[in-house]
Design a protein around this ligand. Structure first.
Ligand code: ZN
Length: 461
């Protein structure tokens, strides 16, 4: 199905911070033009509006959306009979019907994450071989990101604490018998980094209590490999992550400033991310590791087959040329769900109506994805990834825009049996951002931020 890619590309553009009225106006302009691509634009705008109308229980919007879907769909020879039926049933219903009360908002608006740190490190001390970091305020759980690194060549183990806080003094080296190096420094503007480095494994335990972070270090000897350590290892099985570089092969994705192609940009970032996550001890699979075309359904299918813990699809955003300078920034999306049976039905229809591939997903597997817990997990992951990207990029670049965490009907996420997020790494159509997106240092920072987000997610969930 050729229009299949077109659909995805346009979906990534249509939701960019526009109000229902703005989308409606735009769609009504598209629909009046004769080109097929504009008809597609209109069709997708109307479909998004339709979904929004269900989410927000807006009957008037639903009518306009359905009308648009039917009109543009027919021009495109898409089967719109389901929509026609629904439109007919809506208009048949008389106007004296009581308006339905909206009792519960289905969605919480995604929180905009702003990176500001109000915590300050006050004091560092040792107590019975425990390192105690004292802050001026109570620490939150998600303020601490702990991860380990192992360098095989140097045979060096690193235990890293990234703490969302700042310190007043310069970096400090701390001493502890049997450990090679302990260093604490302001790593980024809002991140303190404590690194414990050793040539032998160190067992690290830490505990957060009010404004104190206590870190216990036990040097392990190989001889005394207790049962407990063994079970700890088996329990903490390697986490599996599937990274999906969007598009590929005959499908270039969005084409932006200076004709940069989305498929190239996202592959490079995905490859950096794979490298970093592997280095940090994760098991990583890529849906594609070269310029290859892959069907959407095969992308999540791989994640399911590998029993991945996370699925991360990487894309770049685009807008029409006239808006190119205005639209920029990073965004994370998770699949929009609903607990109401009505919206589930719509989602099912949305994902099967004009994409024959989606028929492969049985009703059952789609519903399985649209469960509340997984949606919350995806939302959390999206927040962590967004925060990670912003944290990493803001530390090195000016003017990075936080586009926020959003919900959206992305087909590529449908069917994933694990928390799944679609990352928009920026607008390839924006001259400034496009220049950054083809810069390797910027791509690395972006990937590092995403990896930080993954780690933060596992730390807290
Ligand atoms: Zn894309």
């Amino acid at each position: 199905m050729m229009h299949f890619f077109v659909v995805l590309v346009f979906i990534t553009t249509t939701l960019f911070g526009l109000s229902n009225n703005e989308i409606l106006n735009r769609a009504n302009i598209y629909i009046k033009t004769d080109t097929k691509s504009n008809q597609f634009r209109a069709y997708n705008d109307f479909k998004n509006l339709y979904l929004r109308s269900i989410i927000h229980d807006d009957e008037r919007l639903k009518k306009s959306a359905l009308k648009g879907i039917i009109h543009s769909g027919k021009k495109l020879h898409i089967d719109v009979i389901q929509y026609e039926k629904e439109y007919a049933s809506l208009t048949k219903r008389s106007s004296y019907q009581k308006p339905k009360l909206i009792t519960k908002k289905v969605f919480k608006k995604a929180k905009q994450i702003k990176i500001t740190s109000s915590h300050k490190l006050k004091n560092i001390s040792w107590y019975n071989d425990k390192l105690i970091l004292k802050f001026d305020k109570k620490l939150r759980k998600n303020q601490i990101n702990y991860f380990t690194l192992y360098n095989q060549k140097k045979k060096s183990y690193k235990y890293v604490f990234d703490i969302h806080a700042s310190m007043l003094s310069k970096s400090q080296m701390l001493r502890r018998e049997g450990i090679k190096r302990i260093k604490i420094a302001q790593y980024r503007l809002n991140t303190l980094r404590l690194v414990i480095e050793n040539n032998k494994k160190v067992k690290i335990r830490f505990n957060r209590n009010m404004n104190k972070l206590t870190i216990e270090m036990t040097i392990q000897s190989k001889k005394k490999r207790s049962k407990r350590i063994y079970t700890h290892i088996t329990k903490d099985k390697k986490k599996i992550i599937v990274i999906d570089a969007g598009h590929g092969g005959k499908d270039p994705g969005a084409i932006g400033y200076k004709r940069y192609r989305e498929k190239v940009v996202v592959l490079k970032i995905a490859q950096y991310l794979k490298k970093i996550l592997k280095y940090r001890g994760y098991k990583v699979y890529m849906t594609r590791d070269s310029d290859k075309f892959i069907k959407l359904s095969n992308r999540t299918a791989l994640a399911n087959k590998k029993s991945a813990n996370l699925f991360i699809s990487i894309h770049a955003n685009a807008v029409p040329k006239r808006n190119a300078k205005k639209a920029y920034g990073v965004e994370c999306y998770f699949l929009s769900p609903s607990r109401s049976g009505r919206a589930e039905k719509v989602a099912e229809q949305e994902n099967t109506a004009d994409i024959s591939e989606m028929n492969k997903y049985s009703k059952h597997s789609l519903f399985k994805f649209l469960n509340h817990a997984k949606t919350i997990a995806s939302h959390k992951l999206a927040i962590d990834l967004q925060r990670g990207m912003l944290g990493s990029l803001n530390a090195h670049y000016k003017g990075v825009n936080d586009g926020g965490v959003r919900e959206g009907p992305f087909w590529v996420l449908v069917g994933a049996q694990m928390p799944a997020v679609l990352v928009e790494v920026g607008f390839i159509t924006n001259p400034k951002e496009a220049k950054m997106l083809v810069n390797n240092s910027y791509r690395k920072r972006m990937a590092m931020g995403l990896a930080d987000g993954v780690e933060r997610y596992f730390e807290n969930n």
